[in-house]
Design a protein around this ligand. Structure first.
Ligand code: EPU
Length: 418
């Protein structure tokens, strides 16, 4: 498996492009199953999770064409298998996103249960309860969700927890249901609005996406469309933290500040100067070490759990003591032990990561154990004394497009070893 080697201590400077959002591209690719007309999806990031989704669609009978600018044309006129196998679902939980579209358009779906993962139990009961409320028959047997319905019926669904992929699954299912579906306590993440905008461009009738009450009026069929995925707010935030930690000055292009207001506010508190216009964000860090930050993760528009590990890495070298409370996933702390091994004074207290900031981290051998934990180790490596070797970087390839090339473009000394 590949490794990354980082020589720390270089302030990041320069400009890079931000890629399309992984967590918007995945549901949008699943949404293509709702039409038999061609779909052209642009600004797709080149990531391992996208390849897995393409493999999954291909297995069902999708015809996929990808060009050098990573636009994907998807044609679903010959879907023959309504099935997501364990072998693919185990490598990517977001495979569950095909459940709603398959059931709604074809009346049947067999999808492997995703099971727990390295950041928590992550059940899918809310997806299943919502689909059952719309009239689906659902059996869970032999590790598979076996769902069927003649035609789903619109209804009122109130989610116990504002789940992101759960909201997406139910919204997609509702687009072809008979009548009106109302989703209450819906998640409000920008990726949900992006999916809704894509579905609307296909002819779906959706109101309220981005708010906690979404209303969907089912239609008979959806059409092909062209759609471009929104920028990745977590990739954006990760590079901004990297520049803040290293005392750098960077400009990120093809991104939008409104997607990450809570993150920008925290970076400003840490001491960074931030400026933005319609499509760029610039950050300059001049005041030495960042200030330690107390943070609580929360659903959007709160501080994203997907940035918790990266801000933990920053707190490790910040001036002062801090605590970050993780409120979304019960076990999203794979980075903590690795950061300790680099000299960080960090410990866990229930769902809090408590840090006493130190002057310096030291390079060493660490292991990437999940996607955002890997990002935090790269950030730690960028500021550490000496060389950091990160093992098992395949996790990072699931969510960050060409991360070492982008960091090199910003002046970092980083290379990939096979
Ligand atoms: N939950 C349930 N039952 C359900 C669904 C969720 O109890 O049926 C709980 C979860 O266990 C968790 C909470 O609800 O405690 C929120 O989880 P959610 O369902 O919102 O997470 P998700 O949809 O599985 C998406 C992103 C994650 C991101 C979370 C939270 C995608 C493909 N994944 O996951 O992204 O952390 O929302 O914002 O959109 C990442 O990119 O690194 C990543 C993990």
């Amino acid at each position: 498996m590949d490794k990354l080697v980082i020589q720390g201590g270089i302030p990041l400077r320069g400009e890079i492009n931000i890629s399309g959002a992984k967590n918007a591209a995945l549901p949008i690719l699943a949404a293509t199953l709702l039409t038999d007309e061609p779909m052209l999806i642009g600004n797709i990031p080149h990531l391992h999770d996208i390849t897995t989704t393409m493999e999954l669609l291909g297995l069902m009978g999708s015809e996929l064409m990808i060009d050098e600018r990573i636009n994907i044309e998807v044609n679903n006129r010959n879907i023959t298998r309504l099935y997501a196998p364990y072998e693919l679902v185990k490598t990517m939980r977001a495979s569950i996103l095909v459940l709603g579209p398959l059931l709604s358009r074809y009346g049947k779906a067999d999808v492997s249960l995703p099971g727990g993962c390295s950041i928590g139990q992550r059940p899918v009961n809310i997806h299943l309860e919502g689909l059952a409320a719309m009239g689906a028959r659902i059996n869970v047997e032999g590790g598979y969700i076996r769902a069927s319905a003649k035609r789903l019926k619109g209804t009122r669904i109130s989610l116990d927890t504002a789940t992101v992929t759960g909201t997406e699954n139910l919204m997609m299912a509702a687009t072809l249901a008979d009548g009106v579906t109302i989703i209450e306590n819906a998640a409000r993440e920008p990726e949900i609005t992006d999916l809704a905008n894509c579905l609307k461009s296909m002819g779906a009738k959706i109101e309220g996406a981005g708010a906690s009450r979404i209303e969907i009026e089912g239609v008979e069929d959806l059409k092909g469309a062209q759609y471009s995925v929104l920028p990745d707010r977590i990739e954006t935030g990760t590079y901004l933290v990297a520049a803040t930690m290293t005392g750098g000055e960077i400009k990120l292009k093809n991104t939008k500040s409104c997607l990450l207001a809570s993150v920008l506010q925290k970076l400003t508190e840490a001491g960074a100067e931030i400026a933005f216009d319609d499509n760029t964000i610039s950050l300059k860090m001049q005041c030495g070490r960042p200030k330690a930050l107390n943070i609580e993760t929360a659903p959007f528009p709160g501080f994203p759990t997907d940035m918790q590990a990266q801000f933990t890495a920053m707190n490790c070298i910040a001036e002062g003591n801090s605590a970050i409370t993780e409120n979304i996933f019960e076990n999203r702390f794979m980075h903590v032990q690795e950061l300790q091994s680099m000299g960080a004074n960090v410990r866990l207290a229930d769902n809090k990561v408590v840090v006493n900031g130190v002057d310096k981290l030291k390079g060493g051998l660490v292991t990437a154990k999940d996607l955002r934990a890997s990002a935090s180790l790269i950030l730690a490596g960028l500021i550490a004394d000496g060389e950091t070797l990160i093992k098992d970087v395949y996790h990072i390839d699931r969510g960050y497009e060409t991360i070492e090339e982008k960091l090199m473009q910003l002046g970092a000394k980083i290379k990939r070893l096979p």
